[in-house]
Design a protein around this ligand. Sequence first.
Ligand code: 13P
Ligand code: SF4
Length: 304
Amino acid sequence: MTTRELQDKIIELKKKNDVCILAHAYVSHDIWEVADYVGDSYGLSVQAAKAPQKNVIMAGVRFMAETCKTLSPDKTVYLANSVAGCPMAAQIDKKTIEQMKAGNPGYAVVAYINTTAETKTAVDVVVTSSSAVKILNNMEEKNILFVPDCNLGGWVQKQCPDKNFKFFSGGCPTHLRMTASHVKEAKKAHPNALLLVHPECRAEVTEQADYVGSTTGIMKFAKESDAKEFIIGTESTIVEHLQFECPDKKFYLLSKECVCHNMKMTTLVDVYNAVKGDAEEIVLPADVIEQSRKPIDRMIELGG
Ligand code: 13P
Ligand code: SF4
């Protein structure tokens, strides 16, 4: 079967089976073309709650499907490929958060959305890369324990000077591979290009960027900019999507190392199987849904 034929079958089946396909910005372009919504983690969360369909397929990683289930407990939520996880979400658990809270009385726990649903039950607010600064500035609490990504946290801290931050030393293994020496090499090779990076990158990378933002933010900036060349410091797929969106502009990946193997797991055939109901259904205990929903609702309220 060709890609086109498979896509046609998926489109036919999703209508027949009342399915909404949500795709994260990092999944491949053939999946984007059959998705009902494509976006960053914040956009996916908001969309999950709004989708009119009874069934939802998440083409992304596990924490995204869990967030979707939490926001839409009455829907059947499938993770298109069940081995697609986020290594950062595995870096911190509920017990560690509880220990950190006990050792830091008076601190509010702000967790990146890249955490498990169970971890979220112990936190005060959830944030995403595109909503974190706005949420922190809208929060009354001054003392913040930011988990698990200390690079995202450090970038947020610079824009929220009135808060006192403490960090957990976690981070994204994919974005951590990009260093200042990659920036030096890329700028030398492409002196006219703007550098656009994700805030999960190290400070030595974000400090040299022309724009720092979420996956959707990077794409919007590149599309709207008058510049013609861009060095992209995030997962490699974004370069491919931008080439489709802006074929007359040039996009260069900051480093060949910037590949998230988990995001690469989901294929168009996985989505085809999921739309037929042949994929892992996300099931969460009722108390986890109830308790993890509070900090996610607070994210939507403060970040909306
Ligand atoms: P975004 O919210 O920017 O899509 O980021 C999600 C993610 O996992 C980045 O590595
Ligand atoms: Fe997780 Fe990093 Fe992959 Fe994003 S790029 S899903 S943070 S491992």
